[in-house]
Design a protein around this ligand. Structure first.
Ligand code: IFM
Length: 467
């Protein structure tokens, strides 16, 4: 591959599109052991919500509640992956992707009494076996937000018992699927489950009370901590970890109040999750931001929560510019004239690098990292059989440059997963927002590989061919 000399390390400037995906010669991305893959999640792609004994999840309930999801979209059909999984695996393989991160739908594999649902389990066995046959490294997330509705009916993540039910679920999955999973992630983005689900009501189950959010977070992290030793016992050869979304907060001015606001933003988005996991304690500043919301817990919980991790999955999308709200919090101050995606999120690759290098100095025990999600939504259209997703190509290239810079600064980063393999159900935004590197026509279920995926494939092919 002709390396693009203009592929500079300034992650803010869009790169030349002449050779849009060629990392510089000294980039860590050329290392063959740097895993490059794509990610999806059960509710966002599978569909088949009533088939083979699957029970309702909180997202079935939420998305069928009028006004909760844009255009009334639901995951009932989604990408119909439950029926099209073989062709989807072939597509992943044809793109040369080396890793696939998927999630298991808890309500598909366990009944309300905690007994296995064989038909649901068989789906994941077939899928994971096929991925292994094809030489794909498999990352399996146990919980990507589709809580069984019957558990929500008993309090969901506000009920401590849900954490123990999660450990039972992790036990069943790791006994059944051991040998086909290279890496287990207990939870995807507990911040979203706790804050969007219980703190502001934008996600299922739609409750809105920050005191609920801190309690839900505690039970989510407890669930993670209870599952870790179970996974270790049942599947010793795999890696075990958790996936967190992280947010960059920058101060709107150099004032002490605005700098404090940016600090609090990052406490709320990052330290709320990472401190318990890596330091065994909640950040005190969180309860300055949200006074009186300390969660109820039992002795020994924080030790359970801070069980050693083999890896930390990091999902990164954008930064938020903030100022003081004049009291003890922060407020968003959207910047004018910056590049944004279809979500309205600011494109800010330096935030990824700066957060990663910051974590390295904050957490002496920071585990090896995989970027388990990164990508952007754009209003992609198929024109003459092609999708030219120019902004995504530039986005990915700049974020991969930021990853490379973090590696050069000493952060151990072992791989990168595109979000997402294909367009899918983007939660409260339904199908309008397209995050895939493969386009999905929802009326026909036709998949069209976007230009970004072609370029990733080209890079991976050239990397593989190198001696
Ligand atoms: O689609 C989601 C995914 O489920 C979790 N991380 C963020 C993505 C984009 O919003």
């Amino acid at each position: 591959m002709a390396n693009d000399a203009s592929a500079v390390s300034d992650t803010r400037s869009p790169h030349s599109l002449a050779d849009p995906f060629s990392p510089p010669a000294d980039s860590a991305l050329w290392r063959k052991n740097f895993l490059v893959g794509a990610a999806t999640a059960s509710y966002q792609i599978e569909g088949a919500v009533d088939e083979d004994g699957r029970l309702p999840s909180i997202w079935d309930t939420f998305s069928t509640t009028p006004g909760k999801v844009l255009a009334g979209d639901t995951g009932a059909v989604a990408c119909d992956h439950y029926h099209r999984w073989e062709a989807d695996v072939d597509m992943l393989v044809s793109l040369g992707l080396e890793g696939y991160r998927l999630s298991i739908a808890w309500p598909r594999v366990m009944d309300a009494a905690g007994l296995p649902n064989r038909k649901g389990l068989d789906f994941y066995k077939r899928l994971l076996n096929r991925l292994k046959e094809k030489g794909i490294t498999t990352f399996v997330t146990l919980y990507h937000w589709d809580l069984p509705q019957h558990l929500e009916d008993r309090g969901g993540w506000l009920n401590r018992d849900t954490a123990y039910r999660f450990a039972d679920y992790a036990d069943l999955m790791s006994r059944e699927l051991a040998g086909t999973v290279d890496a287990w992630a207990t939870l995807n983005e507990p911040w979203c489950s706790a804050f969007l689900g219980y703190g502001n009501g934008h996600h299922a189950p739609g409750l809105a009370d920050v005191g609920f959010a801190t309690q839900a977070m505690h039970h989510l992290l407890l669930a993670h901590g209870l599952a870790m030793p179970v996974l270790r016992t049942n599947d010793p050869a795999s890696q075990k970890g958790i996936v967190a979304n992280i947010g960059r907060g920058t101060p709107n001015s150099d004032s002490t109040a605005d700098r404090r606001a940016a600090h609090l933003f990052e406490v709320q988005h990052n330290a709320w999750i990472l401190d318990p996991l890596l330091k065994g304690a909640y950040p005190r500043d969180l309860f300055e931001l949200w006074p009186g919301t300390e969660p109820l817990m039992l002795d020994g919980d924080m030790q359970t929560v801070s069980a050693p991790l083999d890896f930390l999955g990091i999902n990164y999308y954008f930064r938020t510019n903030v100022s003081s709200d004049g009291a003890h919090g922060f407020r968003d101050v959207p910047l004018e004239g910056v590049e944004r995606t279809q979500m309205g999120w600011e494109v800010f690759p330096d935030g990824l690098r700066d957060l990663l290098t910051g974590f390295k100095s904050t957490y002496h025990n920071l585990p090896p990292i995989y970027i388990t999600e990164n990508g952007m939504a754009s209003d992609d259209k198929v024109i003459d059989g092609h999708v030219d997703d120019t902004q995504r190509i530039s986005f990915l290239k700049r974020h991969l440059a930021a990853v490379d810079q973090a590696i050069k600064a000493g952060v151990e980063i072992r791989g990168y997963f595109l979000w997402s393999l294909m367009d899918n159900f983007e939660w409260a935004f339904g199908y309008e927002r397209r995050f895939g590197v493969v386009h999905v026509d929802y009326s026909t279920q036709k998949r069209t590989v976007k230009r970004s995926a072609e370029l990733v494939a080209k890079f991976l092919k050239e990397r593989k061919a190198r001696v």
